[in-house]
Design a protein around this ligand. Structure first.
Ligand code: TYD
Length: 136
């Protein structure tokens, strides 16, 4: 997989009659060391999350339960990923605009990131984002 671009990482799935098991470890199944994990849940119907880019932060997003769409923009093109399997991890490099939407009832989004929370790491205005992309 090309880690300069967003894409789906097929995480291990250990099938078992007692229930399936999946996992990831630092720098093995995902291409970075995890500094933070957070999750989004109890999203009311029709609500959206995200709507920003990170200046310097990579993430992997997993739909641990339910489903939702991750809409990405690189300043030129939009790309939509529907996450609905708990063994798919969506890798998102830095400087990609993202919005999470179309959450199903009981959707649970788990996000692993390679940096602690820092409000200064966000670009929250899409025009600012596009201007910054043009300078890369
Ligand atoms: P935000 O990243 O804007 O949410 P989303 O992108 O999922 O829509 O974060 C919402 C609020 O939660 C914001 O006030 C900051 C806080 N927050 C933390 O304190 N730590 C975190 O790790 C995250 C992701 C958010």
């Amino acid at each position: 997989m090309d880690f300069n671009k967003p894409g789906i990482i097929d995480l291990p799935k250990i099938p078992d009659e007692r229930g399936n098991l999946s996992f990831f470890e630092n720098s093995k199944q995902i291409p970075f060391d995890i500094k933070r994990v957070y999750w989004i849940y109890d999203v009311p119907g029709g609500e959206m999350r995200g709507g920003h880019a990170y200046k310097d932060l990579q993430e992997v997003i997993i739909a641990l339960s339910g489903s939702f769409d991750v809409v990405l923009h690189n300043g030129k093109e939009e790309q939509r990923f529907t996450l609905n399997r708990s063994y798919y991890g969506l890798y998102i490099p830095k400087m990609i605009w993202r919005q999470l939407e179309n959450f199903s009832t009981n959707a649970l989004a788990l996000i692993a990131a390679d940096a602690p929370y820092d409000a200064n790491n966000y670009i929250r205005d899409f025009n600012d984002y596009k201007n910054s992309r043009n300078k890369i």
